[in-house]
Ligand binder design. Structure first.
Ligand SMILES: Cc1cc2nc3c(=O)[nH]c(=O)nc-3n(C[C@H](O)[C@H](O)[C@H](O)COP(=O)(O)OP(=O)(O)OC[C@H]3O[C@@H](n4cnc5c(N)ncnc54)[C@H](O)[C@@H]3O)c2cc1C
Length: 404
């Protein structure tokens, strides 16, 4: 099959735009097409449709370890050669770029003037992949998920037709917000070609206040106290080497100097910090906190009201399996990134832990274990809606994956 796909691709793409995607993390190897224009990408899709291939879009591949491998992929369609900023309007606070543009390039273009959300720690991630992954960044507490930043998208449907939704301006009231549906569609509905993001003013001041507390539960309590006092941090992060041991709370404030100072005063009252960083030190600490949890094997997404109970369930199950989780928490977002120092992916105890967590009603996402953990089933009504969406937007099922 691969040889035939590669051979037919040479009819629509130059040889240097075709290469081999090696697979990994349970994803199979396949030929990879990297068109250099939307016309070429549309040609590839038309060929794939005629040949009934199953296609998986790809950005830089940084999310693959977290994604469940598709049952069948005949062709990987890469945005690698579709890069570049099409327009940056500093006065309007908008930026449009091709899907394969790296996050680092977008950050560099807007540095000093604007804050680009989501704030990612992975510089090679592409614009298209970030939108299609539909996650959020370190700054989610203030700016929300990536879906909130997308003003408009251009995409290719399975038959190669170019479609647009939304626009390039902040005030846009025409048409359905189809682009919001594409956010988080993980390459199952369309190939994203270009996106426009809203930007935020770059904060004039950043401060990081740190407190050492007796336990993650106490740190979570202090975060809620901050919220009740009216503090609106950019992020609040709790790190703990063990779930029952001491934890460090870091509160990141960003904005106008007088606003940051006002909030810092409230943090001093309600979170009793032992250290404060400002200026370049605060920026370095913010970048380091953004990278915290990068070694996570497991992400737990729950609700703020049950975060403590979820951590209790994790601690109990881990203790029974003699695993020692290390956590990085965003209590106000109720997410926990969990590392298991020294534990290999092949360790069967991780699968047992997954079962225990599922039994406790907790939704866990694993890095690198997608092929071995049971696929979570959405509620019947949601599954039916997703299936109907997939059938109407990708009637031939050209894009690999989709609802169960
Ligand atoms: C160290 C590290 C830190 C990270 N930190 C964060 C973080 O803070 N916040 C966060 O949100 N994520 C984070 N991630 C996850 C990941 O980097 C992001 O989701 C990333 O933005 C995905 O970009 P990518 O180009 O690598 O996409 P890929 O991994 O290539 O693809 C991701 C998904 O999008 C689909 N896709 C890719 N391109 C297109 C396209 N053009 N059209 C349609 N579908 C497409 C793919 O099929 C796949 O389903 C991190 C990852 C790493 C390794």
């Amino acid at each position: 099959m691969s040889a035939r796909v590669t051979e037919l691709l040479t009819g629509v793409l130059a040889q240097e735009r075709i290469r081999h995607f090696p697979g990994g993390h349970g994803h199979r190897a396949a030929p990879e097409a990297a068109p250099s224009s939307l016309e070429e990408a549309a040609e590839v899709l038309r060929l794939a449709r005629a040949e009934r291939w199953s296609v998986q879009p790809l950005g830089h591949g940084t999310r693959l370890a977290w994604l469940r491998p598709r049952e069948r992929v005949d062709l990987v369609l890469s945005s690698r050669n579709l890069r570049g900023i099409t327009s940056y309007e500093p006065a309007d606070g908008t930026l449009t770029a091709l899907a394969g543009t790296s996050w680092a390039e977008l950050v560099a273009a807007t540095a000093g003037r604007h804050h680009l959300s989501p704030e990612l720690s992975e510089p090679d991630a592409t614009l298209g992949g970030t939108i299609a992954a539909g996650l959020s960044g370190f700054d989610r507490l203030r700016y929300g998920p990536v879906r909130h930043q997308v003003l408009g998208l251009a995409a290719l449907h399975a038959d190669g037709t170019r479609v647009k939704s939304g626009g390039r301006v902040v005030k846009n009231v025409t048409g359905y917000d189809l682009h919001r549906l594409w956010c988080g569609s993980e390459g199952t509905l369309c190939f994203l070609a270009e996106g426009t993001l809203r930007l935020y003013p770059a904060p004039a001041e950043t401060a990081v206040l740190r407190a050492t507390v007796a336990s993650p539960a106490e740190a979570i309590g202090r975060c809620h106290a901050l919220l009740r006092a009216g503090v609106q941090p950019l992020a609040a992060v709790v790190s703990a080497q063990e779930l029952a041991g001491p934890a460090e709370l870091a509160v990141v404030l960003a904005g106008r100097p007088e606003a940051v100072e006002g909030e810092a005063a409230l943090v001093r009252t309600h979170a009793q910090p032992s250290a404060e960083l400002h200026g370049a030190d605060a920026l370095a600490a913010r970048a380091e906190l953004c990278r915290a949890g990068q070694g996570a094997l497991l992400v737990l997404a729950t609700r703020p009201s049950i975060l403590n109970a979820a951590l209790g369930a994790l601690a109990k199950a881990a203790r029974a399996l003699e695993l020692e989780p290390r956590v990085s928490l965003h209590p106000l977002l109720a997410t926990a990134q969990v590392e298991f120092p020294g534990i290999q992916l092949q360790d069967e105890r991780l699968l047992e832990l997954d079962e225990e967590l599922a039994g406790a009603g907790l939704r866990a996402r694993w890095r690198g274990l997608g092929a071995r953990t049971p696929r979570p089933r959405p509620a019947a009504a949601a599954a039916d809606l997703m299936l109907r969406l997939k059938r109407s937007l990708d009637p031939d099922g050209l894009f690999a994956g989709g609802p169960p």
